[in-house]
Design a protein around this ligand. Structure first.
Ligand code: URA
Length: 188
């Protein structure tokens, strides 16, 4: 089968593979440019995202947009943004392992279609899932990882930076700037 974005969206919207299907308003598949040199992966939709069917459109999303513009010199539409799980976990709890398992093939297909050179992982849940590590985010952050030839940069979730003040935000800026440098290196 030759995969496409249309097929992926169709499959995601029809998905009933975990309990989150029963409580979602909309499936938040992801959005942006396909293919894209940069993919950003968060945890899962919140209330606003569930309502609008788009990733990172609440308070965290506004900070994310700012970081993309100020540190990467581009707009969110010039990246691809998705989440580890595509349906909102009730009361914004962490997604459960079986929910992330049920969504894993959609994320893998997104990675194949987007074919990024650099992936930014936002927050503990996305980092531990994609890097398959139980280590703390604090200990994983600050280094680059290789995922089948893709450079992976773990960083904080924007919600964590919003709660944590200037120091965390500065660290996030450093991580985004690092992604920018790597992306620029590959340009003619
Ligand atoms: N937090 C996430 O991890 N993803 C979203 O889409 C919104 C908030």
């Amino acid at each position: 089968m030759v995969d496409s974005l249309d097929l992926l969206i169709r499959d995601a919207r029809a998905c009933q593979d975990c309990a989150l299907a029963a409580t979602r308003t909309q499936v938040v598949v992801g959005e942006g440019c396909v293919p894209s040199d940069l993919m950003i992966i968060g945890e899962g939709p919140g209330a606003r995202e569930d309502e609008l069917g788009r990733p990172f459109v609440g308070r965290s999303g506004r900070l994310l947009d700012r970081l993309i513009e100020e540190e990467l010199g581009r707009t969110r539409g010039q990246t691809y943004i998705a989440n580890v799980v595509k349906c909102r976990p009730p009361n914004n709890r962490d997604p459960r392992p079986e929910e992330m398992d049920a969504c894993a093939s959609l994320l893998e297909r997104q990675l194949m279609l987007v074919a990024p050179r650099v992936v930014l992982l936002l927050g503990r849940v996305a980092v531990s899932r994609v890097l398959r590590s139980k280590a703390s985010l604090g200990s994983l952050r600050g280094r680059l990882y290789d995922l089948d030839g893709v450079v992976v940069i773990p960083t904080y979730h924007p919600a964590f930076a919003l709660r944590g003040g200037a120091a965390r935000l500065t660290e996030m800026r450093v991580d985004f700037a690092r992604a920018h440098l790597l992306l620029e290196e590959g340009r003619p």
